[in-house]
Design a protein around this ligand. Sequence first.
Ligand SMILES: *[C@@H]1O[C@H](CO)[C@@H](O)[C@H](O)[C@H]1NC(C)=O
Ligand SMILES: *[C@@H]1O[C@H](CO)[C@@H](O)[C@H](O)[C@H]1NC(C)=O
Ligand SMILES: *[C@@H]1O[C@H](CO)[C@@H](O)[C@H](O)[C@H]1NC(C)=O
Ligand SMILES: *[C@@H]1O[C@H](CO)[C@@H](O)[C@H](O)[C@H]1NC(C)=O
Ligand SMILES: *[C@@H]1O[C@H](CO)[C@@H](O)[C@H](O)[C@H]1NC(C)=O
Ligand SMILES: *[C@@H]1O[C@H](CO)[C@@H](O)[C@H](O)[C@H]1NC(C)=O
Ligand SMILES: *[C@@H]1O[C@H](CO)[C@@H](O)[C@H](O)[C@H]1NC(C)=O
Ligand SMILES: *[C@@H]1O[C@H](CO)[C@@H](O)[C@H](O)[C@H]1NC(C)=O
Ligand SMILES: *[C@@H]1O[C@H](CO)[C@@H](O)[C@H](O)[C@H]1NC(C)=O
Ligand SMILES: CC(=O)N[C@H]1CO[C@H](CO)[C@@H](O)[C@@H]1O
Length: 834
Amino acid sequence: MDASIRMTLFSLHTLLLLLQRSHCETLNTITQSIPLRDGDVLLSENKIFAFGFFSPENSTRRFIGTWYNNVSEKTVFWVANRDRPVNDTSGVLSINSSGDLVLHCCSNGSSPLWSTNMSTTISDKTTAAQLQDSGNFILLQRLSNRVLWQSFDHPTDTQMPFMKLGLDRRTGLYWSLNSWKSKDDPGQGNFTYRMDPRGYPQLFLYQNGVPRWRSGPWTGLRWSGVPQMTNPDILNVSFVNDQEEISVVHKVRNSSIIARMVMEPSGLLQQFTWHDRTGRWIQFWAAPVEQCDNYGACGPYGNCDPYNTNRFFCTCLPGFEPRSPADWFLRDGSGGCKRTPGVSTCRSGEGFVKVALVKVPDTSRAHADMSLSLKECAQECLKNCSCTAYTSADESNGGSGCLAWYDDLLDIRTFSDIGQDLYVRVDAAVLARFTEKKRSPRKWLIGATVSAGVILVLLIILFIVKKRHRRARPSASLSVAHHGDDESRSRHVLEYDSRTSDLPFFDLSTIATATDNFSFINKLGQGGFGSVYKGVLDDGKEIAVKRLSKSSGQGIEEFKNEVTLIARLQHRNLVKILGCCIEEDEKMLIYEYLPNKSLDSFLFDEQKRSLLGWRKRFEIAYGIARGMLYLHQDSRLRIIHRDLKTSNVLLDASMNPKISDFGMARICGGDQIEGNTRRVVGTYGYMSPEYAMEGLFSIKSDVYSFGVVLLEIISGKRNSSFYHENSSCNLVGHVWELWKEGSCLDIVDPSMANMYDEEVLRCIQIALLCVQEFATDRPTMSDVVFMLGNNVRLSSPKQPSFASRRKPGRADTSSSNEGTNSVNYLTLTVVEAR
Ligand SMILES: *[C@@H]1O[C@H](CO)[C@@H](O)[C@H](O)[C@H]1NC(C)=O
Ligand SMILES: *[C@@H]1O[C@H](CO)[C@@H](O)[C@H](O)[C@H]1NC(C)=O
Ligand SMILES: *[C@@H]1O[C@H](CO)[C@@H](O)[C@H](O)[C@H]1NC(C)=O
Ligand SMILES: *[C@@H]1O[C@H](CO)[C@@H](O)[C@H](O)[C@H]1NC(C)=O
Ligand SMILES: *[C@@H]1O[C@H](CO)[C@@H](O)[C@H](O)[C@H]1NC(C)=O
Ligand SMILES: *[C@@H]1O[C@H](CO)[C@@H](O)[C@H](O)[C@H]1NC(C)=O
Ligand SMILES: *[C@@H]1O[C@H](CO)[C@@H](O)[C@H](O)[C@H]1NC(C)=O
Ligand SMILES: *[C@@H]1O[C@H](CO)[C@@H](O)[C@H](O)[C@H]1NC(C)=O
Ligand SMILES: *[C@@H]1O[C@H](CO)[C@@H](O)[C@H](O)[C@H]1NC(C)=O
Ligand SMILES: CC(=O)N[C@H]1CO[C@H](CO)[C@@H](O)[C@@H]1O
């Protein structure tokens, strides 16, 4: 009896011990005698990182990996058995008798799910595994502390600070990133970020082995294609390319910064820092993000220029023309460019033209020679007729070394402010054209030697003009290389602006055909500035044609200038202008056609309104706000819309809002542009009181209109046609009454069927702030965007104006004239060139 009781107690005791052991053991070393079981956690010395078994969100499968111990959002940055998970909690990571780390499961001795495979190289079999404070999980020799294996040599999807990315030339091992399959499956995904050692090394982002994006070569300071990446406040990036390895290492500037770079399952490469106060990862860089980031977007000899005003981002390098003009016209640049036929660039007076501010072409077949200067580089390149371009290989000390291309130039793009100079080989005629452009003003100057004073004046003017020109568009200048060695070949700095290439002009006959001769069947609508027609071009592309009323009284040149300026405004929440047509007394603007028509056609339609849930409505409002902010603040021109309303907000196929009719005031002539207009344009119900009553307008009048639009989006009711027996007048007035009573949720569109949250309340309050009587009280669009996007405390709105429908008896007239005392808020210059 006694013995059996003792036996039972003993078993219970061991069971308890085992249970404790299997529950939560915190280790700092794994040795032959101390394995790591599921549930145990191995911590780094300062408890910054943790290692152990985990399951991704929405998954029950178990993986071993490392994560941040000191970051509230569980963030795994390395996984060992990414393709061979354990299905239950039976996994054990141990060190076997040959000194290798092995992961076993299911309590049987079958082959391990994962192991370090070092046994053949391990002489002393007493090894141990630890997690370092850098996040590196290492296997080391216990006696000598020699590192035998480290997780930093086998990255998963994350580059941690102090971890190498590149190629170990001695072992042929790549330090590369590979995305997870998805957020809940760390298995090998389709996206890889890896060093390409060929030619002059660069990093490539591949999707299933196909290049998607390229970092460009190391310029000595940064990657040629990543002007922003070496964020000087966060990372210090160093690059090594020698006999032993090619590698890049990110070091954090300040040890209190927590940063990482991750190859996301979606194919986006992102860099984050951890923001402890808000408890979030903040992205500070990502690629690829724009069209010009796509590898070879404009084909061989094409230059991808996202700032191009003619709206097609592809241009050809100087001396080249589109290989297929038809595809080019259809906005497909992938075919690239070819050299103008019939010219020779071999020993017939050729030279180089400088293309500035670019990401240099793919260097996987380029030759680098660090011993040459840039001048010698030009001479070498000129000697060999297959040399197509050159640049300096190292920019860290003002430009030295020679990087030259001997075949197609692929994947070039322009940046707005930081980039490299690429010298492209051109034939004698093109060279002369670029040289001529520069020389002519010079000859002209010499001709004017009559008076030194005249020259001085001219020089000053020239200087100012050039300076302004530079300032206006710093990114698109091309110039001829200046070598100075050979006087007869001396080349001068030239300006070439790829963006002055004009907005496409359409023939009247093309437009007439496209719209069936402006058939009323194709008429989409009629507005203050003219009628809008739908059209289909010969290639099948759908367009919207705005035919301006003939009485705009503006000269053709002025009109062209205005349209070209307006067409430069590019934002995802603005309708795109594709071109214009000016013939006889016809003036037309050609826009992209948006199939979902305008916001009012959804909002005020009994059936369609239910398609707009609260989330969608919020996104639409937010998009409109961002588009307006761009017009007011971020574009090169400052534009006051003056007629923002739901029928001027179009919806694309994915229901993204696009503001239309922006810049109309500008396009349609000068007399309405002064602060005090002769003719009030705009739409009753959306007009701010100062504009409706006194013709005074400012960016704050647009804010007023935005407020009205926001209330209409929330309520599904038109401001102008609103009728309610108890209300003071219109929608704005009604919402104000409800606000005062604290019951403004009553106004929310019932078709949203209560599927909304308290954000609606915030939006009502923001709308009321926008429609306040006095323009000075109203927020700016940038305040509005901020308030919509952040959960900040909002101030209390003051009395709005219901001027448009004010009933004589009820209006409180005391305040309606005070607006004129505070005219200083008015931006009388509606449009100002930046
Ligand atoms: C886990 O389950 C999957 C699917 O049932 C199976 O293919 C795999 O072999 C299992 N893994 C282990 C380690 O038992
Ligand atoms: C041992 O593992 C294999 C594969 O992982 C599995 O099929 C087998 O059932 C396991 N045997 C035992 C006794 O658990
Ligand atoms: C170890 O070797 C096995 C078999 O060759 C292989 O499947 C496995 O991926 C290797 N493990 C590591 C971590 O390299
Ligand atoms: C330890 O694991 C390694 C890797 O799986 C293997 O090659 C070696 O044979 C194992 N040693 C023993 C004694 O099982
Ligand atoms: C990876 O690419 C293959 C082939 O294109 C595709 O079938 C698969 O769905 C992709 N996997 C993921 C996780 O996207
Ligand atoms: C997990 O599942 C929930 C509900 O289906 C989903 O909302 C969430 O996005 C999933 N998380 C991941 C990482 O897939
Ligand atoms: C960046 O790192 C390099 C290499 O470690 C070092 O020489 C340099 O001083 C660092 N620069 C700064 C600003 O920390
Ligand atoms: C590092 O950051 C901390 C917190 O932001 C700051 O207090 C400290 O001065 C910084 N150290 C250096 C060397 O910049
Ligand atoms: C020109 O350069 C190419 C590529 O480096 C080389 O193969 C060729 O021999 C060179 N030609 C001459 C004439 O040097
Ligand atoms: C999320 C978390 O645990 N944060 C802690 C990280 O470490 C610092 C001090 O080292 C703590 O103050 C944080 O609370």
